[in-house]
Write a protein that binds this ligand. Structure first.
Ligand SMILES: Nc1nc2c(c(=O)[nH]1)N[C@H]1C(S)=C(S)[C@@H](COP(=O)(O)O)O[C@H]1N2
Ligand SMILES: [Mo]
Length: 333
C-alpha cells in the first residue's frame, strides 16, 4: 500500500476555537458516568503503541507512534454494565461527528485515547488534543476531537457509516470499505441509457466497459464506483464524489472533473488528454501503477491541455506527484 507524502488531513473541518476546556465524558450503560479534564487524562499512566493506519481510500501510514491512555483503563474506572455491547464515540465538532465500534473489539484491539503522536502532543488538525485510535480498523473508526463516549446495548451508526455507506465493520484485512447502494439491474441499465447521473447517490455504481460519451455526472455521489475501461469522453463530473472510484483505462478525453472529490480514485492507464482537474481533491489518487517508471507500467495519458492546479498536486503521494510533474512538464512547488 502507498504512503502519502505527508499525513493528509481528511474529513470535517477543525472545531471552532472555544474557551471551553477539553474533556472526555464516559456515559450510558456504566455504573457511574465520569468526566476527565485533559490534565487529568495527561496525569494517568501513558502507554505508547505503534499502530499502522489504513484509510479506506487506500492510503496507509505504517508504524505511527501513538501515546495516551488505554480505553480499557477508563472503562474500568466507570464500571461497564453487562448489557453494554457497543461503544459510541462523539466528537466536539460542528456536526458532532461520530463513529462506533463493538465493545469487544475496542477491548481486544486495544483502543487508545490518544493524546500524543510521534513524540509530540497530537496536533489539532489530526484530532488533538484527544483522539481515539482504533488499531486494526480503517481510520474512519479513529475519531478526532473525542469528547464523549457512550456505552450502548444496540449499535448507533456513525456519521460516515450512516451517510456515506462506509462499512460498519471496517476491517482492512477483509476489505470492508463501502456498502453498495441498492439499485437493481434494471435501474442500473436505465441510468446507463439515460447517461444522466447528476446529483444521484450511486455508491459502488458499476459501469465498467460501457460507452458513456458525454455522461452527465455533475455532483453525483459515486464513491467506490467502477468505470474501468469506460468511454467517458467529454463527461462532466464537476463537484462529484469519486472517492475510491475505479477508473483504470477509462477514456476521459476532454472530461471535466472540476472540484471533484477524487480521494483514492484510480486513474491508472486512463486517457486524460484535455481533461480538467482544477480544484479536485487528490489525496491518494493514482495515475501510474506502482512499477512505474518500468517500461511495462500502466500510465495515464496526459497532454498539454490536461489541467491540474498546483495545490491539488501537493496532495499526491510522492511517486504519483513525480509522474504528474514530469508528464505536465512543470515542477510541483
Ligand atoms: N471528528 C472526526 N473524526 C474523523 C473524521 C471526521 O470527519 N471527523 N474522519 C475520519 C476519517 S474518514 C479519516 S480517514 C480520519 C482522518 O484522520 P486525519 O485527518 O488525521 O488523517 O479521521 C477519521 N475521524
Ligand atoms: Mo477516511
Amino acid at each position: 500500500m502507498a504512503a502519502p507524502a505527508r499525513w493528509p488531513i481528511v474529513g470535517e473541518r477543525l472545531p471552532a476555537a472555544s474557551d471551553q476546556p477539553w474533556s472526555l465524558t464516559i456515559a450510558g450503560l456504566v455504573q457511574s458516568g465520569r468526566c476527565w479534564s485533559l490534565d487529568q487524562l495527561q496525569s494517568l499512566p501513558q502507554l505508547s503503541a505503534t499502530v499502522d493506519i489504513h484509510c479506506v481510500t487506500r492510503w496507509s501510514k505504517p508504524c505511527m507512534q501513538w501515546s495516551g491512555v488505554l480505553l480499557e483503563r477508563l472503562l474500568d474506572a466507570v464500571g461497564v454494565l453487562p448489557e453494554a455491547k457497543f461503544v459510541s464515540l462523539i466528537a466536539r465538532s460542528a456536526r458532532q461527528h461520530s463513529t462506533s465500534v463493538p465493545l469487544a473489539d475496542a477491548l481486544s484491539l486495544g483502543a487508545i485515547v490518544a493524546l500524543g503522536c510521534q513524540g509530540q502532543p497530537l496536533e489539532i488538525a489530526h484530532g488533538g488534543p484527544i483522539r481515539l485510535v482504533m488499531p486494526g480498523r480503517y481510520f474512519y473508526k479513529s475519531l478526532k476531537w473525542l469528547q464523549r463516549i457512550e456505552l450502548l446495548q444496540h449499535d448507533r451508526l456513525g456519521h460516515w457509516e450512516a451517510t456515506a455507506g462506509y462499512h460498519n465493520g471496517a476491517d482492512p484485512w477483509a476489505e470492508q470499505r463501502y456498502l453498495a447502494s441498492d439499485l437493481d439491474r434494471r435501474q442500473v441499465a436505465q441510468l446507463l441509457v439515460s447517461r444522466n447521473l447528476a446529483g444521484r447517490e450511486l455508491r459502488g455504481f458499476d459501469a465498467a466497459g460501457h460507452t458513456l460519451i458525454g455522461l452527465n455526472a455533475r455532483a453525483a455521489l459515486l464513491r467506490d464506483a467502477n468505470f474501468s475501461h469506460t468511454d467517458l469522453q467529454r463527461s462532466c463530473f464537476d463537484g462529484a464524489n469519486l472517492s475510491n472510484a475505479h477508473l483504470p483505462h477509462a477514456n476521459l478525453q476532454g472530461a471535466s472533473l472540476v472540484n471533484a472529490d477524487l480521494e483514492g480514485a484510480d486513474f491508472t492507464g486512463a486517457d486524460l488528454r484535455g481533461a480538467n482537474f482544477n480544484g479536485a481533491f487528490l489525496t491518494a489518487a493514482t495515475f501510474v501503477s506502482p512499477d512505474w517508471p518500468a517500461p511495462a507500467a500502466h500510465v495515464a495519458k496526459i497532454d498539454a491541455q490536461t489541467q491540474f492546479d498546483s495545490a491539488a498536486l501537493q496532495q499526491l503521494m510522492p511517486q504519483q506527484a513525480e509522474f504528474l510533474s514530469r508528464a505536465l512538464d512543470r515542477p510541483l512547488t
